[in-house]
Design a binder for this molecule. Structure first.
Ligand code: NAD
Length: 473
């Protein structure tokens, strides 16, 4: 049981202005696993004031100073890798032995990379009589979801720290622990007070205030499209920058000359990892009609290789969903799929008796899905794959683009060049070709209703920069 009764504000652990708390429930067994403060508006104001005050000094530090600090923080994160993996596994259900890799180590490595990007803000260029300079954007509110809570946090604090911005972080209420561990690390390393503040609280309670506050210069938000719209609306009254990283319903096109077994295995594994709670998951698998039955057999076998169960068990490949609420949401979608005429080849709404105590959903595959069905149009955010047949490449691309989302996509063709030609025709911020994986150098973000920002890579850094033009001649 983790108990935090204070918030990290202005380089200090401060008692909140309220006695309200948030219960964090372990989704594997429905037991209470942590308690944190449920921050009040007054706490938010304190954190923003601290970040505002610290900005002048922090943004005037040298790239070398910021680089050293980022490295020192990354070193301490490495020392606490087990704490991060345990906290994330306990609060959101990712099997602990997988959490080391997919939730924590990659995040630490990616964060460390920002130590090499601290000089970008100081770079300038002169052309046509104009000197173009960069400035840090200012006080940044960082709001995150619960599915990859550390990775999403470092994807925001990395560029914020590298460019000299100050931070008020608000983790998802379901997964606050990694932010609080990180606050302990900032405290230990000795980062200037006010640079990093953590507010644990409910989005519905403090979200609007965080986003509309006049002393906040930017909101970087990752979460659902619905909450992202509310964030943008709240931020609009003070005309601040808003970076939205939202939902997806990403297509995966397999061509008729691809290695079918490799492609289908990749596609199924991509959807099932993290119990299907990955925003860029390739949840619509588009398969040539002629290979559809063959693909179904392979997909079913791969999905059923999963061992679903206790996240502390080393043999388990799939833990519960992050909460009973998320479980209900996913089961509701599965029932809608059945009602609309899709066929289940594995999984479904039944949960084995041994898993009844947690928020489990079995790996589920639907066939005979048409792209107009609810399960093909709406983000389910669970271990549910829709297999959709197509007649020719043109139709596959049309189906791929027939969605309000545009976060990610995948193509498996005969070779990389053929896949690239198709990938360029899909309206999505990323495309994974021939079975590639997340790369922290690749700008990440959506087209259409999947968002308007970019994280990671140099594009992710630019989001935290203002451009100033000095007209010389
Ligand atoms: P959510 O939108 O419910 O919550 C995300 C965060 O927003 C939480 O911290 C929550 O407290 C906060 N929030 C909620 N209402 C708010 C408001 N009105 N104002 C300010 N903050 C508010 O999403 P979730 O259920 O936690 O996460 C799942 C969603 O996140 C999925 O839609 C998924 O696709 C998306 N996601 C997107 C990306 C990406 O990079 N595009 C990455 C991961 C997850």
């Amino acid at each position: 049981m983790y108990t935090y009764n204070k918030l990290y504000i202005n380089g200090d652990w401060q008692l909140p202005n309220t006695e309200d708390t948030i219960d964090v429930i372990n989704p594997a067994n429905s037991e209470l696993c942590a308690k944190t403060p449920s921050a009040s508006i007054a706490d938010v104001d304190k954190a923003i004031a601290a970040a505002k005050y610290a900005f002048a000094q922090w943004s005037a530090t040298t790239p070398a100073e910021r680089s050293q600090l980022i490295t020192a923080i990354a070193d301490e994160m490495q020392n606490r890798i087990d704490d991060f993996a345990s906290a994330i596994s306990t609060s959101m259900g990712c099997p602990k032995h997988l959490a080391f890799d997919i939730q924590v180590q990659g995040a630490i490595d990616a964060f460390r990379g920002y130590a090499d990007m601290t000089s970008y803000v100081d770079e300038s260029s002169t052309e046509h009589g104009v000197m173009q300079c960069h400035s840090a954007v200012g006080v940044c509110v960082l709001i995150n979801p619960w599915n990859y809570p550390l990775s999403q946090l470092v994807g925001k604090i990395g560029p914020a720290l590298a460019t000299g911005c100050t931070i008020v972080a608000k983790p998802a209420e379901q997964t606050p622990l990694q932010d609080l561990i990180l606050a302990e690390i900032f405290d230990k390393v000795g980062v200037l007070a006010g640079v990093f503040n953590v507010i644990t609280g409910y989005g519905f309670k403090i979200g609007e205030h965080l986003c509309s506050h006049p002393d906040v210069d930017m909101v970087s938000f990752t979460g659902s499209t619905g909450a992202g719209i509310k964030v943008a609306q709240a931020a609009s009254t003070t005309v601040k920058r808003v970076c939205q990283e939202l939902g997806g319903k990403s297509p995966f096109i397999i061509t008729d000359d691809a290695d079918l077994a490799a492609a289908v295995r990749y596609g199924v594994e991509d959807v099932m990892i993290n119990s299907g709670q990955t925003c860029c998951a390739l949840t619509r698998m588009l398969v040539p009609e002629s290979l559809y039955q063959q693909a179904i057999v392979i997909a079913k076998a791969v999905a059923e290789e999963n061992v679903v169960g206790d996240p502390q068990d080393e043999n388990v490949t799939m833990g519960p969903l992050s909460s009973s609420l998320q479980q209900k949401r996913v089961l509701d979608y599965i029932n809608i799929g059945i009602k609309e005429g899709a066929e289940l080849v594995t999984g479904g709404p039944e949960i084995p008796a041994r898993l009844q105590q947690g928020a489990y959903v079995m790996p589920t595959i639907f066939t005979n899905v048409t792209n107009d069905m609810t399960i093909a149009q709406e983000e389910i955010f669970g271990p549910v794959l829709c297999m959709i047949p197509y007649s020719d490449e043109q139709e596959a691309i049309k189906i791929a683009n027939d969605t309000v989302f545009g976060l990610s996509s995948g193509v498996f063709a005969k070779d990389a060049n053929a896949a690239l030609q198709i990938a360029r025709k899909i309206r999505a911020g990323q495309s994974y070709i021939q079975g590639t994986y997340f790369n922290s150098h690749a700008p990440f973000g959506g087209f259409k209703q999947s968002g308007n920002g970019r994280e990671w890579g140099v594009e992710g850094l630019r989001e935290f920069i203002e451009v100033q033009s000095i007209i010389i001649t």
